[in-house]
Design a protein around this ligand. Structure first.
Ligand code: FMN
Length: 217
């Protein structure tokens, strides 16, 4: 049976860095025979966790799932059918976008059981990947300590899905025309060059990750 690989775009932009890499990852999965689906979280109206803890109430009707009902609900209900999931987000103020954060609260937290014996209520182990895009260079990201934040998200994904992998795309091109925006701290020509020379390599890595996820046993 065909595998299903789902990609969740946490960027409000549907054609820029994050969405493009996610599309490449899904193309890789499709090339390996998977059925793919791309979801733009920004298209859905939803809120973050309300801390009702109904997902943890013993014997409650919402045990292990989010009790809130909004446009995210149908997606949350069908995601466990996926055989692999890609999360993708731009880095906003050192973390995932608000759309992705709110989504992760609603999707991941219900499966994180407060139990020593059952750490995850997710019905199966699947490959989970996180694609991050950010303006800073790799060196700046390391200096600021972004990895510490990515590690925390990694930890949550590993706990829920059993494994996680990440791809970092740094020093991204943020606009088509740097001269139209206050951006004198950047070298516009270097950014353009980076887009032409390095971004395709990141796309190849995303494609390979998608292929690998679709072929995972
Ligand atoms: C609200 C906002 C906050 C941002 N904060 C950061 C940041 O803390 N660090 C960083 O490296 N880039 C930051 N950026 C830049 C984006 O992460 C970067 O341009 C990313 O590649 C955008 O993804 P997109 O092209 O898919 O929209 C920020 C951009 C916005 C709009």
């Amino acid at each position: 049976m065909k595998k299903t690989v789902v990609g969740l775009n946490g960027s409000p932009r549907k054609n820029w860095n994050t969405a493009t890499l996610l599309e490449r990852a899904l193309e890789g999965a499709a090339a390996a025979g998977a059925r793919t689906e791309l979801i733009h979280l920004d298209d859905l109206t939803f809120r973050g966790c309300s801390s009702c803890f109904e997902c943890k109430r013993k014997g409650g009707p919402s045990y292990g799932r989010c009790a809130l009902r909004d446009e995210l609900t149908p997606l949350l209900e069908r995601l466990p059918a996926a055989d692999a999931i890609f999360f993708a987000s731009p880095v906003y103020i050192g973390a995932e976008s608000a759309q992705m954060r709110a989504f992760m609260e609603r999707f991941l937290f219900p499966y994180i059981a407060y139990s020593q014996t059952t750490p995850s209520l997710y019905p199966k182990k699947i490959p989970a990947g996180f694609i991050y895009t950010m303006n800073v260079t790799e060196e700046q990201a390391a200096m600021i300590g972004f990895d510490r934040h990515f590690d925390v998200t990694d930890f949550a994904l590993q706990r829920v899905f059993g494994s996680s992998e990440r791809l970092l795309c740094t020093d991204t091109c943020q606009f088509d025309d740097y001269s139209a925006f206050t951006s004198d701290m950047f070298d516009a020509a270097a950014k353009r060059q980076r887009r032409l020379e390095n971004f395709p390599e990141d796309c190849r890595k995303a494609f390979a990750m998608g292929e690998r996820f679709a072929l995972a046993p």
